[in-house]
Unconditional design. Sequence first.
Length: 430
Amino acid sequence: MAVAHWRTARYMGREFSPIWRREEAFCSEGAKPGKASTDASKIATAAGASRRRPLGLFAFLHTAGVLSPPLHIHILRLADVGHTRYSPLFGAQRTMLPDSQLHHSGARTGDPRQFRTRGTRMNDPIEARERIKGLFNITMTPFDKDGALNLSGLQQNVARALHFGYDGLLIGGTYGEFATMSPEERLRLFKAAVDVVGDRAPVLLCTAHSDQRVIEELTAAAGGLGGVPMVMPPYVSEITQAQIVDFFRWIAPRSKTGVMIYNAPGTGVTMSPESIEEVSDIPGIVALKQGDLSPSVVDRLAATVVGKIRVLAASDLALPAPVAMGFDGLSSTNSGALPELILACYQALKNGETARAARLHRSWYALRAKARAFGQPQTTKSAMRLRGWESAGYVRRPLQDPSGDQERQILEALLQAEAASGLDLGLPRG
């Protein structure tokens, strides 16, 4: 099915994408307008010439006579040519992660190189719905101290979650700091993550934005990469529940893998249970990440939505209740800092070992209290660095990292968790 609004406007030899990034069009010996062809050498020749002048893949293929609008979803896969990647959304992108620069980031980390793959990923909503279940790691988006996006660090964080055995990953969500990133950065983030994961685990890619045009482009790209786009209602003032339902009816067909509802009250727009129930009946809606975990809402959704689509609890702060009520899994921010403890707690709960699960959950209460006091994701990133995992990086402003005194309190909370759980977290002492 064609993506509705991917047509570009041509003006004086240039192409303008709906995401407002001007892309230079060009012609070279390898990319002259003419008869359509899928000859690989022709494409490679033209792409090599494009290193001299930036060119989006859509504009390049259109100029070469290979494609004409509308662009179809299956073309959304990125093309790798030399050391430059060509994206239909954002043009030429430098390959950020040569193998020589990948390295371990601490004990029991996992190496991104052992996971890098181009295997088959999710291809349709049926497959996506089947695979979205279990415990998902909310992967930290690392920034350097100067605010630069660190994709090598992201890949190490992804590899670590795979190493510990998490069922899936959530990339670029609320605690992945999507609101501080440009659409171009978010697509680079998606691609870096799925390059490591391949077909080993389902990947949820947050495509939320206040602008519907950006949501459309990122959602189509996320599905094209083999991930499942997590879509929030556009967080604009005074949007009604009826408008939210209409929005999901419009966005659901734009991803080949379907769409996950991302109900995140922290953005200021909360979907009511009635709206969720209505949206869950829309073809192409495969899952829900539910942020409102009040007992009455959990009770209702467990009865009316679980079984129709997959339902994940959006927080590990209240881990036991939604899982006990029949949710299909949950996503965990604190698993970045305590991957083995959160996983042990979840597995105990799923195995019916409720007493052990409760004990393990209580063991890290002090860290939950610090996260509420100091904010997320900065608390989890600080805890990861305290464990020697520098790939956690830092937060990007306007967020601020914990102070020295706050980091000492976070370390104390980690030591309490280690002592109460009986797990060796390899924490520094003294």
